[in-house]
Design a binder for this molecule. Structure first.
Ligand code: EPZ
Length: 430
């Protein structure tokens, strides 16, 4: 199993190209199931999760082809990929595929909308919490779906083969539920209104793509989204937004190590709250034409309290990385996780680097230390893994992060991007 070895102590200086967002690309790829025409997606990141979803979509009959060369200079290493679901050959998403990636459950929305039926394995738990799908099934039921749970599968059938628009209020803000609701309602008969919808930029990116395909969606980016169902959708060409979590992660890395880095293609408006917080800790951050510039010079890191919230709040997907930063702040910081109940697995690993963190329910209390010290640590999930890598960059000596297959799910060419800015990072095979 591969691991990453980091020799800490260097500042980061230079340019890091920001890739297309994983969490935007995945639902956009799934939206290709809604049309028999070709959906061309630009700026798709080259990640293990994208490859896995290509396999899952292939099982339903989606062909894909990768266009041209990688767009190396401006847009990370992301690619343009054509997806074509001319014929849906199978409406079942089996356990072996869905269990590897939770987001693949979302195929239930477009399969139902286009084919009137879907049989999709329930995804099961994952490292960061129980993560049920009840809210996703509820929105589909509101649109006229009958659902039976049998043998670990959700067996869903649209009454009279077509979904029917309705007013639906999500009991809790859910990104996946909103994606599924949008895709399903796009081909439903009549109008759907989704209330208490997620407002994440990835939702807006999906709604814009669906509109380019002929859907009639208004209000994406607010908590009430209206969808006027259409009879069919066409192909389109659409661009994946830059990855705001990757952007925030590298911004935090610079805040930890010190230095001066331009995050090429990064957009502050996609993560304003996290940028505000980082600025409060002492980083200097500005939007430039070519991206976001992050600087931190000699001054210490100020301790700031943070609570994770749905967008536009501070993202749960940056909580572990922010905790890494707070381990070396002057003073105490309280980090409260409100989205997932078990997203503190990095705490014990950061402690191995010398961090002082105690847990009180859903709050981590971090007492900054003057320096972290390198150690062997183990990655537990995607965002926790990267928090260990960036903590290693700021630590004295050598840190080895094992089980980094998690990282490959969501960070494109992490070692290259960091090494190009002066970090000593290498991947060890085996
Ligand atoms: C998306 O997951 C992201 N995944 C997650 O990123 C991200 O952490 C999360 O949104 C929150 O921002 C992708 O976009 C592929 P939710 P999702 O439905 O859609 C509960 C990463 O590291 N809930 O918004 O699955 C749920 O347990 C990943 O890239 C229910 O109770 O998240 C959680 O507490 C990890 N019932 C809360 O809602 C449901 O049916 C929000 O989850 C669905 C969710």
């Amino acid at each position: 199993m591969d691991s990453i070895r980091v020799k800490g102590g260097n500042e980061l200086n230079g340019r890091i190209p920001i890739s297309g967002a994983k969490n935007a690309a995945l639902p956009l790829m799934i939206a290709s199931l809604l049309t028999d025409d070709t959906l061309t997606l630009e700026n798709v990141p080259d990640l293990a999760d994208v490859q896995q979803l290509i396999r899952i979509l292939g099982n339903h009959g989606v062909d894909h082809s990768v266009n041209g060369r990688r767009e190396k200079q401006q847009e990370g290493y992301s690619r343009t990929i054509n997806f074509s679901a001319r014929h849906i050959v199978d409406t079942t998403a089996p356990y072996e595929l869905v269990s590897k990636m939770r987001a693949s459950f979302w195929v239930i929305g477009p399969l139902l909308a286009r084919m009137g039926e879907a049989k999709v394995s329930l995804p099961g738990g994952c490292a960061i919490g129980t993560r049920p799908v009840d809210l996703l099934l509820e929105v589909l039921q509101s649109l006229g779906t009958e659902i039976d749970i049998e043998g670990g599968y959700a067996i869903a059938r649209a009454k009279n083969k077509r979904l029917v628009g309705n007013r639906h209020r999500f009991g809790k803000v859910t990104v996946g539920g909103t994606h599924v609701g949008l895709m399903a309602a796009s081909l439903a008969k009549g109008e759907t209104v989704l209330e208490n919808a997620a407002r994440e930029p990835e939702i807006v990116n999906l709604a814009e793509c669906l509109n380019a395909m002929g859907a009639k969606i208004t209000g994406a980016g607010t908590s009430t989204i209206t969808i006027e169902g259409v009879d069919s959708l066409s192909g389109a060409r659409h661009r994946v937004i830059p990855d705001r979590i990757e952007t925030g992660t590298y911004a935090m890395a610079v805040a930890m190590t010190g230095g001066d880095v331009v995050l090429e293609g990064g957009r502050i408006d996609l993560l304003q709250r996290a940028i505000d917080i980082l600025t409060e800790t002492g980083a200097e951050i500005s939007q430039q034409d070519d991206g976001i510039r992050v600087k931190r010079n000699g001054n210490g890191v100020r301790a700031i309290d943070v609570t994770t919230e749905p967008f536009p709040g501070f993202p749960t997907d940056l909580q572990a990385q922010f905790m890494g930063l707070m381990t070396m702040a002057s003073g105490q910081s309280r980090i409260t996780e409100t989205i997932f109940e078990n997203r503190f697995m990095h705490v014990q690993e950061l402690a191995r680097l010398g961090a002082h963190i105690s847990l009180s329910g859903q709050t981590a209390i971090v007492d900054g230390v003057s320096r972290l010290k390198g150690a062997p640590v183990m990655a537990t999930d995607l965002r926790a893994s990267v928090s260990l890598v960036i903590a290693g960059l700021a630590a004295e000596g050598e840190t080895t992060v094992s089980r980094i297959y998690h990282l490959d799910r969501g960070f494109e060419r992490l070692e290259d991007k960091l090494s190009n800015c002066g970090a000593v990072v290498e991947r060890l095979s085996g």
